[in-house]
Design a protein around this ligand. Structure first.
Ligand code: NDP
Length: 298
């Protein structure tokens, strides 16, 4: 047959972009949203509005959920399950949840879905709504491999799928870890901009160079494989960029920030990591020794 039918539940910016991408490729798309009005332009684009959430999941084997968090899924599907105890509306269905939440929430949801006879795949979309379905879009997935592979061609329309493994928590773990890098870098850019503007320097004189500093990080640490090997081996050879030297710099950033009257919480957190390494007697090792301070200590 032709393209398989897909249900999209949740029509925020991400769910809408997902539905548009599926419609563009000729998939029959059924949609449902708590606020029905958000479906209007999708209906003009060929989507079908399900009258109830139960009818939405009944319409397709594959349901993609794009909601604020996992609680929203229970708010929507909980009553559906309750009212269909005998008919088992979720039995044999595949739920792909692209909502953000914790890895544990994903694991609990997979177990919940299994009790309803449904398969559950966790996803984490790594681009904002305007980039969904376009070049450069990618999505982390975890859950049952056979189920993922069956629907991989359809899911590819959202972004390049990157399957991580059977553990349903993995996709959200990777999503959170990538956003850890992303959000911390964004805050550092704003903090540093506040530092120079407090001294009367226009932000435009600073930010282009600051972006170069971000872009220089790969040249410093490579593609990550060698750093990964060293972190896992606990090797932090101290010749250049020792924890003591970098920690002194972190301290200067705290004092300069305090003197400027701007927020000191972010540089203080960074300084604390270096202080801990120095106090542990590891100041002459490479800055990567901070990893030993940050990871679970066994
Ligand atoms: P929104 O928060 O804008 O969309 C929320 C959707 O969830 C709406 O359809 C809303 O319904 C529904 N919803 C929320 N709470 C409930 C509830 N209790 N019961 C029923 N429906 C509910 O999110 P986005 O579309 O921006 O994102 C969706 C997911 O994708 C989020 O988890 C987000 O973290 C993730 N994500 C977002 C990115 C982005 O750039 N926006 C990028 C990558 C991932 P209603 O319309 O009725 O309010």
């Amino acid at each position: 047959g032709g393209p398989t039918s897909v249900t999209v539940v949740g029509l925020g910016p991400m769910g809408r972009a997902t539905a548009v991408s599926l419609l563009r490729s000729g998939h029959p798309v059924t949609v449902w949203n708590r606020t029905a009005g958000r479906a209007d332009d999708l209906l003009a684009g060929g989507a079908t509005l399900a009258p109830t959430a139960a009818a939405a999941v009944a319409a397709s084997e594959l349901t993609i959920l794009s909601l604020t968090d996992y609680q929203a899924m229970y708010d929507i599907l909980g009553p559906v399950v309750e009212s269909s105890r005998t008919s088992g509306v979720l039995a044999g269905k595949v739920l792909v949840n692209l909502s953000s939440d914790t890895p544990d929430a994903s694991r609990d949801a997979a177990a919940w879905a299994a009790r309803q006879g449904a398969s559950f795949v966790t996803g984490g979309v790594m681009v904002p709504a305007p980039a969904v379905g376009g070049p450069g879009a990618y999505v982390f997935y975890s859950g049952p491999r056979v189920v993922f592979e069956t629907h991989e061609p359809t899911l590819s329309l959202i972004g390049e799928p990157r399957y991580l493994g059977e553990d349903p928590g993995l996709a959200q773990l990777f999503y959170q870890a990538h956003l850890d890098v992303f959000l911390t870098a964004l805050s550092s850019l704003l903090h540093a901009t506040a530092l120079v503007t407090a001294a009367g320097v226009p932000a435009a004189d600073f930010l282009p160079g600051a972006l170069n500093t971000l872009a220089d990080i790969p040249a410093m640490i490579g593609d990550g494989r060698e750093l990964a090997r060293r972190l896992e081996a606990g090797e932090h050879p101290g010749d250049l960029s020792t924890a003591r030297m970098m920690g002194a710099t972190a301290n200067h950033i705290v004092w300069t920030s305090a003197k400027a009257g701007i927020d000191t919480r972010l540089p203080k957190a960074v300084k604390a990591h270096y202080d801990e390494a120095v106090t542990a007697g590891r100041g002459t090792e490479n800055w990567t020794v901070l990893y030993e301070m940050l990871k679970v200590r066994g």
